[in-house]
Design a protein around this ligand. Structure first.
Ligand code: MOS
Length: 694
């Protein structure tokens, strides 16, 4: 009999690994149907205005150019809920980089040459792309799911004014770009009124549903395939304009059309993390207990849609204090539309809060680990619901032990190695438990194999593998006997790979389908299965959406050691260590990869990543990986992820919480706090580049 205990949690190797390293795993742009044409978009070259004329004659005269679509000749589509998808529908230019035309040609080269030859004339208008905390048009947005808007507890201002110990500090996080390894791409093909799209997406079910709405088609007439996806980090969480343009161009030309966005265009059309300006006020008793917490965040959105970087949301769940106010303000500017980027809200928010906690610890003369322990709680401060499980204190203690925190001399500038100042820092992490309804089916076949079908998406996480583990565990069969079919909207509808919710959401449906199948099989013991197999289905609509009496969040602690070169100003992270409490870990190998991947992204946020909104030009100055610096291998030192296995009965049948995002939360604060410990310099704006350090 199989060891069903080891199936769940075991370090199973990712199933598609060999395909990926041999290049046989095919991504959206690697599907080339017979007669395929290629598209290249034309981005607007003004920051605000309207298109007054498009001259496509020169483009159409080029060899191989098939068509030029503009707002004047493109098909009219049903209005999407997401305004960023209403491409080529009118003459408005809401931001630089907005698509104003699309060239379709026989080859990629001809499409690109055609796009360069399209002449667009604009009526330009003055633009405003500068985020300021006191922008006159800033407003407090509607509170969605308790994550945005303003929350008030007690009288935070009065309590702050009378607190024996106070910090009042401002932090800034610049715009950040997702830049997945695989840029956004789609290949669309209409056949007999049916649309098939290979799209690089985090959730093909949503892409299908949105395309069905926009192209006025029944969902059954569309198939969206996202078989292999090279990352997204939120930027592929919902459909992006490329998939609409490819589908539109394929319909107009009657040919399959492939559109693969050049990386330089991503920043304008696939979303980014909004810059945030933070003011954090912490009031505390002399013993460190917080009496007042005020976290105010300003972020930008575009004129196309409202997106709020909910950077004060984590502050609502971290530390108890009788008085608190957390406020988001957003202002619509002439900027590209911001969207989700790994731990949207928590990543910049916890940078500010956990840096301010370090400042408070220094003010009080209390060890920063100890200060957090003194402000631990088992009840969520904002809702006062009990946490289903919160092992933040254990993460801090375990991390401190592994890191060797007790040997640290708390005085800044207390350790030097020649011109290099060495320091260490700590920060806490948190991320909410998100779960969404999903469907799945499970089948048993006479040859002893099982097939699980669910439209999950593997964005590089190992979703196929962990879902096979969930299935094998529920069925009580060997892992090798289970195949998982994912990545197509023809499979049972499932939620997206986002919000660290994928495994919990899809796994719940898989677990339920397999449990039902196991019961059916038990009832037929000894009988030969029919050739078509025996199946069971599940839909977690009711369970996944049900309200809980508990506040459900993951927690963690990050420890960093840095060396700061006082000659060059360079900060090197020497060691990064995270300890997480995120329910049951279902695959220790792929989980570790998720944790250290996100920690690496946090290292990038701390030291190298940062985009600049050029006020005069009206767009990001950093449009490619030559200008926007993500960490390379040599930047990533000893990096360790550990976890405390939690037994939490208030989650889902697997007892998992979600692990994709928490690794980036608080990491930049731990590094910034370490830089302060090393140098005595409190830098309050990311990234910590040499010009700021010197
Ligand atoms: Mo993630 S930003 O929820 O894809």
């Amino acid at each position: 009999m199989p060891d069903t205990v080891s199936a769940l949690g075991a370090p199973a190797e990712r199933r598609e690994g060999p395909q990926k390293v041999t290049g046989t795993a095919r991504y959206a742009a690697e599907h080339t149907p017979e007669g395929c044409a290629y598209a290249w978009p034309v981005p607007a070259t003004v920051a605000r205005g309207t298109v007054t004329a498009v001259d496509a004659a020169a483009a159409l005269a080029l060899p191989g150019v098939v068509d030029v679509l503009t707002h004047l000749n493109a098909p009219r589509l049903e209005k999407p809920d997401d305004g960023t998808l209403a491409v080529l529908q009118d003459a408005r230019v809401p931001h630089r980089g907005w698509y104003v035309a699309l060239v379709v040609a026989d080859s990629l080269e001809a499409a690109r040459a055609g796009a360069a030859a399209v002449q667009v004339t604009y009526a330009e208008e003055p633009h405003d792309v500068t985020l300021k905390a006191d922008h006159p048009e800033a407003y407090v947005p509607e509170d969605e799911d308790g994550t945005s808007g303003e929350h008030v507890r007690g009288d935070a201002e009065a309590a702050f004014a009378s607190a024996p110990s106070r910090v009042d500090v401002a932090y800034r996080v610049p715009p950040l770009h997702n830049h997945p390894m695989e840029p956004h791409a789609a290949t669309a093909h209409w056949q007999d009124g049916r649309l098939t799209v290979h799209d690089s997406s985090q959730g093909a079910t949503t892409v299908r549903d949105v395309l069905a709405g926009m192209f006025s088609l029944p969902k059954e007439q569309i198939t969206v395939v996202s078989e292999h996806v090279g990352g997204g980090f939120g930027s592929k969480g919902t459909p992006r304009p490329h998939v609409v343009l490819a589908s539109m161009a394929a319909r107009v030309t009657g040919r399959p059309v492939k559109l693969s966005l050049p990386r330089r265009q991503l920043a304008a059309v696939v979303g980014h993390r909004s810059p945030t300006v933070h003011r954090v006020r912490l009031g505390a008793e002399r013993d460190g207990r917080l009496t007042s917490v005020i976290h105010e965040v300003s972020a930008h959105t575009s004129r196309v849609k409202e997106f709020v970087e909910t950077a004060a949301a984590a502050t609502r769940v971290m530390y108890p204090s009788p008085h608190a106010r957390t406020t988001h303000r957003v202002v619509a500017l002439d900027v590209p539309s911001p969207s989700w980027m790994r731990a949207p809200g928590e990543a910049p928010g916890m940078y500010a809060l956990e840096s301010a906690m370090d400042e408070l610890a220094l003010t009080l003369g209390i060890d920063p680990v100890e200060l957090r322990l003194r402000n631990d709680t088992q009840r969520e401060p904002d809702s006062s619901k009990p946490f289903s499980s919160r092992h933040l204190a254990e993460c801090l203690r375990e991390g401190a032990r592994r890191f060797g925190w007790s040997e640290r001399d708390p005085r800044p500038r207390s350790r030097a190695e020649g011109p290099v100042l060495v320091g260490s820092g700590v920060a806490a992490a948190t991320y909410p438990v998100v779960v969404a309804p999903s469907r799945a089916s499970a089948h048993a076949y006479p040859d002893g194999t099982f097939v699980v079908r669910v439209n999950a998406t593997d964005i590089g996480t190992g979703a196929r593998t962990v879902l096979a583990q969930v299935a094998a565990d529920a069925l009580g069969v060997p892992l090798e006997s289970v195949r998982t079919d994912i990545g197509s909207s023809d499979l049972p509808a499932a939620s997206l790979a986002g919000g660290s919710s994928g495994t919990a959401s899809w796994g719940w449906a898989v677990h339920e389908a397999c449990t039902r199948l196991a019961a059916r099989l038990a009832g037929q013991q000894g009988q030969q299965l029919p050739p078509e197999g025996v199946g069971a289905t599940a839909d977690t609509a009711g369970e996944a959406d049900a309200d809980s009496d508990y506040s459900r969040h993951s927690f963690g602690a990050h420890f960093a050691e840095v060396g700061v070169d006082t000659v060059s100003g360079e900060v090197r992270v020497r060691r990064l260590l995270g300890v997480y409490a995120a329910g049951h870990i279902l695959n220790s190998r792929t989980a570790r990869s998720q944790f250290i991947g996100a920690m690496t992204m946090g290292l990038g946020m701390a030291l190298t990543e940062g985009s600049t909104m050029d006020a005069a030009f009206g767009d990001f100055a950093e449009a490619d990986l030559a200008a926007y610096h993500v960490p390379a291998n040599a930047d990533v030192p000893a990096i360790e992820a550990h976890w405390i296995d939690e037994d939490d009965p208030h989650l889902n049948p697997m007892g998992s919480k979600g692990i994709g995002e928490i690794g980036i939360v608080g990491t930049a604060a731990a590094i910034g706090n370490a830089v302060h410990h090393a140098t005595g310099l409190r830098l309050r704006e990311l990234p910590l580049t040499p010009d700021r350090v010197l």
